[in-house]
Write a protein that binds this ligand. Structure first.
Ligand code: ARG
Ligand code: ZN
Length: 881
């Protein structure tokens, strides 16, 4: 057992800092094992701070080698320094200059926070608290400073030197083999947005002219040899810049915008001012190594980081509790961008699928937390699906609740009023309260209350009175530290679908406040009466997923299948079919637990056949409609005493019976569809490939591997990664003949492309077979595997823990033990990646008793280890609470 409990940081303890740092001058002299950083900080006592108040700066693992105040060396009794903290005991009352020299070892930095090296390139990651690993600082987002950065390195080692803002000087250091560059960023920013990069990198250049005529130089820096794979990212960047001007009236504000791709990165990407640093998987793409999904992800992440320039950088967070202020809002913005670039309904369905598969389980387990937490031990553990994805849903609901106009006016007011500030959720919401004249007090509960609300709708038509009556009840489940909940403000978009499939007209809606076709649910219970409804309708509820809730209703399978065919809301067409499939799968899982074969549902299979063949529908939509809910989604819906083997059995059974009964139809459709002569990542082509691969996946799982030849041919003939990787997954997961041969062909073809080799690891890690864990163990000794590269760890072990329900949750506990041991080994090297991996246990309490006990043993073993990082300690203690 660990003795000391790490400190909890609380929102209500927020106080402004005693001092401000208006200017930061950095001089960074790079060397692999001993880099020197001289920081000159212009420090100001804030109004209200008593003269002589100590100045306490944050540090993390720092080595102090020099300290001056107003150019005078500080005596030993004037300061206290540890690796984690620097205190100036009695600073001057007037503004002063503090000069701090630290020495860093970038090569030894395996946490990938602060200054580190990735394949010989020097780079930085400072969000959330990495700047304190570079120099002592007030490392908090409400301290905004103007940065000037001089970077110096050996010219051969690092011909490219990049910083935030605009380049102001370059030159050689006389008499040495070194050179330097000076970058100046005129926009005051918090330390988490600081970045520098130095290395031998190739540049792909372009330019963009803003709406007001400013010429911006665009650069993407990559390892030599990757220049050809940057075209898509550059295209996405230019489209993002244009879109933010058109959709929000927001222009870029510097002369340069640079993106650097590195291969060792803890997260997806980082929005440092004018110098975004990316995990290379969100930059590099060509048809041979990237799937359509990769292309779509790159588009989303490039846009996301670019959009942060306004939502995050120009307007930043007052403290880390406000993380969703920038993240939820920026996800909302990148979702809107992708919707405008592609098909809006398809994008919405994909986003909701992601929300339900990642955020809903988080919200239902021990790691549940509000969109704006009030308490944390380690902020890096709060870059979660709840803060990002649910945070985006809250912004979307605001738009649904207030209507487009009031929402747009609120956004405009936010940008006008808070530009240049570090602010809060309250300030954000005030802008919308003002623009709409609405009271948003209850709406604000979305930021405060964790847990997914459950909405129960019981509705009936009365032919005599021509009334449609809905009883609506809401309930928010208890979550850690929040046993009691208040009713939420929930926008419920509805329509009444008539017998011919068209929306019915109605008289009025009583019993609830209404905005267009949106019911503003506010109470625990509503009785809603819709008058003058001519015939019995089928209600289409929660259209376009108007709120992140779980919906229960008294609609039967026939009603849902009717909606699946006719609803004019495409989202609900998809959802209706998913609901029917989910109900069948839940029944199938109970049957499997009892040792029975699940009943076939001919109506469901018939509905699949009809969507598959409906050429009036977008192929991408048809593909989504045909995809069965995942094993984790079914488990989440079951909620307790889950037996993952039974869930998988039910799902495999439905997939096989569908494949067997629709085999010739699916095969004919597969053969008839054509994605085009030359590969393009366009939404249209990608949709056709998605549909073909979805049909083929069914065929791959037909009884006895009957369509094995077709799948192997698809693999061999593929001229792009989408088809090749889809086919490989089918061959490996369906256990088709030729599995080993296909795996080695894939490996040999892509051995020099790390991102493709990640896929090779993932396909093996996600096979639901009894020998998978042994294979994974063996793969950790493969020469291409490394615990030092986060993408590789996630590709093999992360994919196993989150994407392999039956084998991670093995009844003998071996899957849990393997992941727990990996977390412990990894924690010494990289706590962030270790903690993220451990969060795969988030649904352990919902398992049946034998597996639950095994999961708890594995978690207890992690908990018992001495000297855990704060990251892992935080996740393990909350998981067990
Ligand atoms: N702000 C970055 C993004 O959204 C995420 C950075 C998170 N980094 C971390 N170490 N927690 O895109
Ligand atoms: Zn972000």
């Amino acid at each position: 057992m660990r003795t000391e409990t790490p400190a909890e940081i609380r929102l209500e303890d927020y106080r402004p800092s005693a001092y401000a740092i208006d200017k930061v001058d950095l001089d960074i002299r790079l060397a692999p094992k001993a880099a020197k950083v001289r920081a000159r900080l212009s420090v100001n006592r804030r109004d209200g701070t008593a003269p002589g108040t100590p100045l306490v700066l944050d540090g993390d693992d720092l080595k102090l080698v020099g300290l001056k105040l107003d150019d005078v060396v500080l005596g030993a009794d004037a300061f206290e320094a540890t690796p984690d903290r620097l205190e100036i005991v009695a600073p001057p009352a007037d503004p002063f200059m503090l000069e701090i020299v630290t020495e860093l070892d970038p090569d030894a930095n395996s946490k990938l926070m602060g200054l580190y090296r990735s394949s010989d390139t020097y780079c930085t990651q400072c969000e959330a608290e990495g700047f304190r690993r570079i120099t002592y600082f007030l490392d908090r987002p409400d301290v905004l400073s103007v940065y000037t950065t001089r970077i110096e390195a050996r010219r051969t080692e690092a011909p490219v030197l990049l910083g935030n803002g605009n380049l102001t000087a370059t030159g050689d250091v006389p008499g040495t083999d070194r050179h330097f560059a000076v970058w100046h960023d005129p926009h005051p920013k918090p330390s988490y947005l600081f970045a520098m990069v130095a290395g031998d990198l190739a540049l792909v250049e372009d330019s963009f002219t803003t709406a007001s005529g400013r010429e911006v130089k665009l650069g993407i820096y990559v390892e030599h040899g990757n220049e050809e794979r940057c075209g898509w990212a550059m295209d996405c960047l230019k489209r993002s810049m244009r879109w933010d001007e058109e959709a929000f009236g927001l222009e870029y504000d510097l002369d340069v915008f640079n993106i650097v791709a590195v291969s060792d990165f803890n997260m997806g990407a980082m929005e440092n001012k004018g110098l975004n640093i990316f995990n290379d998987k969100y930059v590099l793409a060509d048809p041979d190594t990237a799937t359509d999904q990769d292309y779509a992800n790159i588009e989303g992440v490039i846009a996301h980081e670019y959009f942060h320039n306004w939502t995050g950088n120009r307007i930043t967070c007052r403290d880390w509790f406000q993380l969703c202020l920038k993240e939820g809002l920026t996800v909302f913005r990148d979702q809107e961008f992708s919707s405008d670039q592609r098909s809006r309904p398809v994008k919405r369905i994909s986003d909701v699928r992601l929300l339900k598969s990642h955020q809903f389980p988080e919200d239902a387990g021990p790691l549940a937390h509000p969109v704006r937490p009030r308490l944390y031990q380690e902020i890096n553990n709060f870059y979660t699906a709840t803060v990002y994805e649910k945070g985006a849903e809250v912004v979307r609901m605001l738009k649904t609740f207030l209507g487009d106009e009031a929402f747009a006016a609120g956004m405009a007011l936010y940008f006008r009023r808070h530009d240049g500030e570090a602010t809060t959720i309250e300030a954000f919401l005030s802008c919308f309260a003002e623009s709409s004249g609405q009271d948003l007090t209850q709406f604000a509960l979305w930021y405060e209350q964790a847990g997914t609300p459950v909405i129960d709708v019981d509705s009936r038509y009365d032919a005599g009175t021509r009334q449609f009556v809905m009883h609506i009840r809401q309930q928010v489940p208890p979550t850690p530290r929040q046993p009691e909940k208040q009713p939420m403000a929930i926008p419920l978009r509805i329509g009444l679908v008539g017998p011919n499939g068209e929306d019915l007209e109605y008289g009025g809606i009583g019993g609830v406040d209404v905005e267009g076709d949106v019911l503003r649910i506010a109470e625990a219970e509503h009785k809603i009466v819709i008058s003058d409804v001519a015939v019995k309708p089928i209600p289409s509820l929660l259209r376009n997923f108007s709120a992140p809730v779980l919906l229960e209703s008294n609609l039967g399978e026939d009603d849902l299948l009717f909606l699946a065919r006719h609803d004019r809301d495409p989202f609900n067409r998809w959802q209706a079919l998913q609901t029917v499939a989910l109900q069948a799968l839940i029944a199938g899982a109970s049957a499997a637990v009892e040792g029975r074969t699940p009943d076939a549902d001919p109506q469901l299979i018939e509905a699949f056949a009809s969507v598959a063949g409906d050429e009036s529908l977008d192929p991408a939509f048809r593909a989504l409609a045909l995809q069965l809910p995942g094993e984790a989604d079914i488990a989440r819906e079951i909620g307790s005493d889950v037996d993952p083997d039974a869930v998988a059995a039910a799902r495999n059974h439905l997939r096989r019976t569908t494949a067997d009964s629709l085999r010739s139809t699916f095969r004919r459709q597969f053969e008839a569809l054509r994605d085009g002569e030359n590969y393009s990542p366009s939404a249209a082509q990608a949709g056709i490939r998605a549909l073909r691969n979805t049909l083929l996946e069914y065929l791959a799982h037909a009884t006895g591997g009957a369509e094995g030849d077709l799948v192997r041919k698809h693999f061999e003939a593929a001229d792009n990664m989408t088809d090749r990787y889809a086919a490989l997954n089918m061959i490996v997961h369906a256990g088709l003949e030729g599995r080993d041969a296909a795996l080695s062909r894939f490996y040999d073809r892509h051995r020099n492309h790390a991102l493709a080799i990640d896929k090779w690891f993932t396909v093996q890690a996600t096979a639901g077979h009894a020998d998978t864990l042994d294979k994974i163990r063996a793969l950790t000794a493969h020469p291409a595997f490394s615990f030092g590269n986060p993408n590789r760890v996630r590709a093999l072990i992360g994919a196993f823990a989150t994407g392999n329900q039956t084998q991670f949750n093995r009844i003998d506990g071996a899957g849990f033990d393997f992941v727990a041991d990996t977390v412990l080994a990894l924690d010494e090297r990289n706590p962030q990646v270790a903690a993220r991996l451990l969060s795969a246990f988030r649904s352990w309490r919902a398992l049946e008793p034998v597996r639950r006990a095994a999961a708890e043993r594995a978690l207890r073993k992690v908990e018992a280890k001495q000297n855990l990082s704060r990251d892992v300690q935080d996740i393990v203690s909350r998981s067990l609470q």
